[in-house]
Design a protein around this ligand. Structure first.
Ligand code: NAD
Length: 260
C-alpha cells in the first residue's frame, strides 16, 4: 500500500480522470475526500470506495468560490486530521475561435482552472506546512500546458498558467517538505473530450472520425487515447514519491503526442 496512512483531497473527482485518481489512491490505502460541484456523482464515488473497503468522504465544492473551497477543505481536514495530498483536477473546456468567445466565457474557463488551483492550494498549504510530513500538490495540466491548438484559447492559456503556479509553490513549499508537480495528459476519452468531438467537427468542417484520427490522435506515436488509468498511475507515483528531488516538474503522459 503506497499511500497507507495518508489523506488526499481530489477536486473534479465525480467523474473522468479525478474519479480514477480517487479510486487509485483509495486502493493504495489513502483516505480520500472526493470534491466536486456535481455532488450526487461525488457521493456515488465515495460510496463505491466504501464498498471496496476504502475510506472516503464526498464534499460539495465549487473550486471558483473561496468560501466553498475553504469549507470543504476544513471539513476534510477535520474528518481525516489533515491533508497530505491535494490533486487540483477540476476542469472545463470551451471550443470556439477567439473572436467568438465572450469575456464571461473566457473568465469562466480561467476561473475553474486557475482560481481553482490557487484557492485549493491556498487552503491546503497551511495544513501541509504545519504537518511534520509536509505534503504534495499535483496539478492537472495538459499537453496544452506545452502546446497550443486552435479553438481552445482560454484552456491553453489556463493550462500554461498552471505550470507557473506549480513552480512557485515548489519553491515556497520546499522548506516545509511540500512538493508541487503537474501532470500533462494527452486526450483521454472522458465526458470533457466526448463533448468536444462533435463541436470540433462542426468548427473545423470535418467528420467526427477525422477529429479523432487527425486532430486528437494524429501526433501520437500509435494513434491511441491516453486512459484515465494511465493518468492515475502517474498521480500515484508522484503522490508516493518520497523527497523534494521531484518537485516543480511536469510529466507528460500522451502516447508521445508531445515529447519534451
Ligand atoms: P470531466 O469533465 O470528466 O471531469 C471534470 C470534473 O470537474 C467534473 O466532474 C466536473 O463536475 C468538475 N468541475 C467542473 N467545474 C467545477 C467547479 N467549478 N468546481 C468543482 N468541480 C468542477 O473532465 P476530465 O477529462 O476528467 O478532466 C479532468 C482534468 O483533466 C481537467 O483539469 C482537464 O482539463 C484535464 N485534462 C483532461 C484531458 C482529457 O483529454 N480528458 C486531457 C488533459 C487534461
Amino acid at each position: 500500500m503506497k499511500l497507507q496512512g495518508q489523506t488526499a483531497l481530489v477536486t473534479g473527482a465525480a467523474g473522468g480522470i479525478g474519479r480514477e485518481i480517487a479510486l487509485a489512491f483509495a486502493r493504495e490505502g489513502a483516505r480520500v475526500a472526493i470534491a466536486d460541484i456535481a455532488f450526487e456523482a461525488t457521493a456515488a464515488v465515495a460510496a463505491l470506495i466504501h464498498t471496496l473497503g476504502g475510506e472516503a468522504v464526498a464534499l460539495p465544492m465549487d473550486v471558483t468560490v473561496e468560501k466553498s473551497v475553504d469549507a470543504a477543505v476544513s471539513s476534510a481536514a477535520a474528518r481525516f486530521g489533515g491533508i497530505d495530498i491535494l490533486v487540483s483536477n477540476a476542469g472545463t473546456q470551451i471550443v470556439r475561435p477567439v473572436e467568438e468567445l465572450s469575456l464571461d466565457e473566457w473568465k469562466g474557463v480561467l476561473a475553474v482552472h486557475l482560481d481553482g488551483a490557487f484557492l485549493t492550494t491556498k487552503a491546503c498549504l497551511p495544513l501541509m506546512k504545519n504537518s511534520t510530513r509536509g505534503g504534495t500538490i499535483i496539478y492537472m495540466g495538459s499537453v496544452h500546458s506545452k502546446e497550443a491548438s486552435p479553438l481552445k484559447a482560454p484552456y491553453v492559456t489556463a493550462k500554461h498558467g498552471i505550470m507557473g503556479l506549480a513552480k512557485v509553490v515548489a519553491k515556497e513549499g520546499a522548506k516545509f517538505k511540500v512538493r508541487a508537480n503537474v501532470i500533462c495528459p494527452g486526450f483521454v476519452r472522458t465526458p470533457l473530450v466526448e463533448r468536444q468531438i462533435p463541436e470540433q467537427a462542426r468548427a473545423l468542417g470535418i467528420s467526427e472520425q477525422e477529429v479523432i484520427r487527425d486532430v486528437m490522435l494524429g501526433d501520437t506515436v500509435d494513434g491511441e487515447f491516453t486512459s484515465s488509468q494511465d493518468v492515475a498511475e502517474v498521480a500515484l507515483w508522484l503522490a508516493a514519491f518520497p523527497s523534494n528531488a521531484l518537485t516543480g516538474q511536469s510529466i507528460v503522459v500522451s502516447h508521445g503526442w508531445h515529447m519534451q
